[in-house]
Design a binder for this molecule. Structure first.
Ligand SMILES: N[C@@H](CCC[C@H](N)C(=O)O)C(=O)O
Length: 262
């Protein structure tokens, strides 16, 4: 059997995309999904995303996300943005999308290669010193520190990801953040499920922007995030201690396509 696939990237967070409206891939095939994400034995990617038929009235499609380890996981912000670009490529949408992912409903807009994705409202941010923990669709530990450029993110991130504090709750992603100028932050992320640093993490930079605002490190409602793979922005409102209207914006593009022979 031959299954068509597409490769997308959003600020260097890269994904294998499959149009699964005809159920070509089984969601339980962890071994196959892990192999497809393998950079030596497969296509290579930080994750794999299935575009499926909508299950909610009014939706354009459904998003199913897997980490590179082959397991279905929580929300992927960059993956969601890439999926919107894929949906437009497939002719499912034009410039706007409504879809459901594991964390609930999302809206999105796309102009050229720029995709804005609405994230869930957020009310709970645990802050402790220069760290914070919040769930922006995926769990994120945020560390505000200096010299992020020189950090061994894989080593330092793994210590926190596998710490007793998080392990029993399924682990966490870890973001190391260095403030640059007003409302601008440099971010490097250790991703759970990839178990390494990735070039960008959408739910991660969303967590950084909201944690920076909650702790007074950012004072505007638009925050610029510089990641190893490019630049993203996060805009939001704060109403009655709840962050609403949270939008993650940045580029997303198709890189190549091919066929999986299985
Ligand atoms: N790259 C993602 C986050 C993907 C989920 C994460 N690895 C997890 O399992 O929590 C993003 O762009 O948000």
């Amino acid at each position: 059997m031959k299954i068509p696939f597409y490769k997308y990237q959003g600020t260097g967070n890269d994904f294998v995309m499959i149009d699964n409206r005809q159920q070509l891939i089984s969601k339980n095939n962890t071994k196959l999904i892990k192999k497809l994400c393998d950079r030596k034995f497969g296509i290579g990617g930080d994750g794999l995303i299935l575009l499926e038929n909508p299950e909610v009235d009014g939706d354009d499609f459904k998003m199913v996300y897997f980490n590179a380890d082959g397991n279905e996981s929580s929300m992927c912000g960059n993956g969601g943005r890439c999926l919107v670009a894929f949906a437009r490529f497939l002719g499912i949408i034009e410039n706007e999308a409504t879809f459901t992912a594991i964390d609930g409903p999302h809206k999105a807009t796309i102009n050229d290669h720029e995709v804005s994705l609405q994230m869930q409202n957020l009310s709970e941010i645990k802050q402790l010193g220069n760290t914070a923990f919040l769930d922006t669709g995926s769990p994120h530990h945020v560390v505000f520190t200096k010299n992020v450029t020189d950090l061994d993110v894989k080593k330092e991130g793994a210590v926190i990801r596998y710490s007793d504090e998080y392990l029993s709750a399924g682990g966490t992603n870890v973001n190391f953040v260095d403030m640059q100028e007003d409302n601008t932050f440099l971010v490097r992320t250790y991703e759970r499920g990839v178990e390494d640093e990735t070039l960008s993490c959408g739910t991660g930079v969303t967590a950084v922007a909201l944690a920076a605002h909650a702790s007074g490190k950012a004072n505007g409602n638009i925050v610029k995030l510089i990641v190893p793979g490019g630049e993203l922005s996060v805009s939001f409102k704060k109403e009655n201690e709840i962050y609403t209207d949270v939008w993650l914006t940045g580029p997303a593009e198709q890189v190549f396509k091919g066929e999986i022979v299985c």
